[in-house]
Ligand binder design. Structure first.
Ligand code: PGA
Length: 260
């Protein structure tokens, strides 16, 4: 049975005071939550502060990107070795904003995934189509290709450690939610792709999340599906009350799941 996970992606938001306040409150709240995993990915300048706050708690902390090299003359980048060095545990890779604004390619994302795995960081590998691709009916094919390109030359014992986040670009930050039914279809397809490439054992283990305009008043539509193992939450994860409401939805879903 896969444990659900809710990951906060703060993007380039928050500040030191708010990050700390959020951290202390979430640490306290997380003491009552054992049925789901929780992770927070702040901007890098607040990473160490949050790692320290969440020490001896079950909340994971991570970064929103990193370079694949270990060190060197790469001005402005941070390395997997550094992320590991400060005891962060998780890293979002291939987010659509990285792909769109910073021109990250499938090949680079593949290198980053391998680097994260090598350093025992949990990669959250993001995939998702834009509106035009969806409207042409090509979303499954597009996403399948992103998954296969990202996982190139990654073996099954590493693959099962990866978390995949399906985030349709047209649903990110737009308030336009991809319905639970539609998200579940793509997520099932991704699981099928993992099964084809590796095995049923691996596809049963890999957690696959939905992301895109998740809020406490729409996420029960998604989290009820057996194949949707949680959420990558952007805007709504900046508000403590809203984020914890979303976590509560996942923590309380146990008996009402549908395997459609
Ligand atoms: P959103 O962002 O929840 O603000 O749509 C999700 C994401 O980009 O990870």
């Amino acid at each position: 049975m896969r444990k659900k996970i809710l990951i906060a992606n703060w993007k380039m938001n928050s500040n030191l005071t708010d990050s700390q306040d959020f951290g202390f409150k979430l640490k306290n709240y997380s003491k009552e939550i054992s049925s789901v995993d929780i992770a927070v990915c702040p901007p890098d300048v607040y990473l160490l502060t949050l790692v320290n706050i969440f020490k001896e708690s079950n909340v994971l902390v991570g970064t929103q990107n990193m370079y694949h090299k270990e060190e060197g003359a790469f001005t402005g980048e941070i390395s997997p070795k550094m992320v590991k060095d400060i005891n962060a545990q998780i890293v979002i890779l291939g987010h659509s904003e990285r792909r769109q604004y910073f021109k990250e390619t499938d090949g680079e994302i593949n290198l980053k995934l391998k680097a994260a795995l090598k350093h025992n960081l949990i990669p959250v590998f993001c995939v998702g189509e834009d509106l035009e691709t969806r409207e042409k009916g090509k979303a499954p094919e597009w996403v399948k290709n992103q998954v296969l390109e990202g996982l190139k030359d990654i073996n099954s014992s590493d693959a099962e450690k990866i978390i995949i986040a399906y985030e349709p670009i047209w649903a990110i930050g737009t308030g336009k939610i991809c319905s639970g039914e539609d998200a579940n279809k793509i997520i099932k397809m991704i699981r099928g792709t993992i099964k084809e490439k590796y095995s049923e054992k691996v596809s049963d283990k890999v957690r696959i999340l939905y992301g895109g305009s998740i809020k406490s008043d729409n996420f029960s539509e998604h989290i009820k599906y057996d194949d949707i193992d949680g959420g990558l939450v952007g805007g709504a994860s900046l508000k403590y009350d809203e984020f914890t409401k979303i976590i509560n939805l996942a923590a309380n879903i146990k008996n009402t799941k549908v395997n459609a």
